[in-house]
Design a protein around this ligand. Structure first.
Ligand SMILES: [Zn+2]
Length: 124
C-alpha cells in the first residue's frame, strides 16, 4: 500500500479535523479548542494557533456565496425583504459555523506540513 501524497494528506486531515501528524486522533477538544495532545500519537497540539486565518477565509467565502445567492434570488423572484432577512442571515450563520472547524483544521495541518513556526519541535 502506497502512502497518499503529503499535501493530500494534510488537506484530508484538516478537513476531517484529525491530528496533522498521524491523521487518527481528533484535532479539537470541543468546537474550536485545539486538544492538548493527540490521543493516538501523543503529539502536543495545544500550542497551535491558526490566528484569524480561518475566520478570514470563511468570511470571504460565506460573503461571496450569500451575496451572490441574494442577488440571483432578488433578480429572479423579487421576494419580500423579510424573506431575504430570514434566508441570508440563517444561511450566513449555518455556513460560517459549518466551515470554521474544517478551515482551522486545514490551516493547522498545513502549518504542520510546512513546519511553519518552530513551536512544533521546541514545545513537544
Ligand atoms: Zn496524532
Amino acid at each position: 500500500m502506497t502512502a497518499a501524497p503529503v499535501v493530500v494528506s494534510a488537506f484530508r486531515n484538516g478537513i476531517l479535523c484529525r491530528c496533522p501528524s498521524c491523521g487518527r486522533g481528533p484535532l479539537f477538544d470541543g468546537y474550536l479548542k485545539v486538544a492538548a495532545r493527540c490521543s493516538a500519537c501523543g503529539l502536543a497540539l495545544s500550542h497551535h494557533d491558526s490566528g484569524d486565518g480561518p475566520a478570514v477565509f470563511v468570511v470571504f467565502i460565506v460573503g461571496a456565496v450569500v451575496v451572490g445567492a441574494a442577488l440571483v434570488t432578488e433578480m429572479q423572484w423579487s421576494p419580500p425583504i423579510w424573506v431575504h432577512m430570514i434566508l441570508w442571515v440563517t444561511l450566513s450563520v449555518v455556513l460560517a459555523l459549518a466551515l470554521l472547524q474544517p478551515f482551522k483544521g486545514v490551516l493547522i495541518a498545513l502549518k504542520f506540513k510546512h513546519d511553519a513556526g518552530q513551536a512544533w519541535r521546541e514545545l513537544d
